[in-house]
Design a protein around this ligand. Structure first.
Ligand SMILES: [Zn+2]
Ligand SMILES: [Zn+2]
Length: 281
């Protein structure tokens, strides 16, 4: 049962949560589970980072035994909330075989495939590092800076390596400071191609609400892109806060569920052992 005073509707789900099992997470799985009870969430999905490139901050951080142990303890201590065990892979087209081998080593409820690191022809940058991205943006046009990101995202969708594409247009996180708000139509061709590839493979998209708390002031992606996904036959849509601390758990999810309806979705997806489970909107 939801905690007293918690919203009874809509059904609150958050499938993009990082605990201290991720290099950049600040709250434990237990703290999230306690917060979820207070908020009355129905389902929480942890998706800890796995980065197989030594350039990435999270490289070598994830301890699977600890992840299993802490999640099992939280499940035992929590009642009425489904706690899912997911993973967020940093997709890199040069590392597909390593990612496939790594993913085969453990059972997951779901896999989010995200692009965090972009290899440019004249350098590389990690999307979540404002200094490096800022330096790159300062010397390049929006097309030069965003084009390779969207190209890698297309390869992620074509790879089918994952159940959900993470934060589709994360490149705007710090990009908006240089180029202003992202108009998706400027990259419509490549975004639509990505959405089509994802829809054809049954791969989903997420509404990642962290963008509401960050520079863009809108989710990753915005409504226009969700509509395109629906038009192109996309059905699997998840919602997640990308919380790295318990106080952000569930933030923006009610808004995301409204957006999902506006974009024409009748249900949102969650996962159990890589199989979709639907929650009606
Ligand atoms: Zn991510
Ligand atoms: Zn994340």
């Amino acid at each position: 049962m939801p905690a007293q005073g918690a919203p009874s509707s809509p059904v609150l789900i958050d499938l993009h949560v990082h605990s201290t099992c991720s290099a950049d997470g600040e709250s434990s799985i237990e703290e999230y589970a306690q917060r979820a009870e207070i908020l009355g969430l129905a389902e929480v999905g942890f998706c800890e980072h796995v980065d197989l490139d030594p350039r990435d901050r999270g490289y070598g951080h994830l301890d699977l035994e600890r992840y299993d142990r802490e999640l099992a303890a939280a499940r035992a201590a929590t009642h009425g909330i489904r706690l899912r065990q997911g993973i967020e892979i940093t997709y890199q087209s040069g590392l597909e075989e390593s990612l496939i081998a790594w993913l085969a080593g453990h059972a997951w409820d779901y896999v989010i495939a995200s692009v965090h690191l972009v290899d440019y022809t004249d350098g590389w940058a990690i999307i979540s590092e404002p200094e490096a991205m800022g330096a790159y943006f300062a010397g390049h046009s929006q097309r030069q800076a965003y084009g390779p990101y969207f190209a890698e995202l297309l390869r992620a969708a074509q790879s089918g390596l994952g159940d959900v594409l993470g934060h589709l247009d994360l490149v705007k996180r710090f990009g908006v400071r240089h180029y202003g708000p992202l108009d998706p139509s400027a990259f419509e061709e490549e975004i639509r191609e990505t959405l089509r590839a994802a829809a054809q493979r049954g791969m989903g998209l997420e509404i990642n609400t962290s963008g509401l708390r960050q520079s863009p002031g809108e989710p990753y992606p915005a409504l226009t892109v969700l509509r395109w996904f629906r038009e192109l036959g996309g059905e699997v849509l998840t919602v997640g806060s990308d919380a790295h601390q318990a106080e952000d758990l569930g933030r923006g999810i009610a808004q995301a569920l409204t957006m999902a309806q506006e974009a024409g979705f009748r249900a949102v997806a969650t996962f159990e052992e890589r199989r979709v489970r639907w929650t009606d909107l």
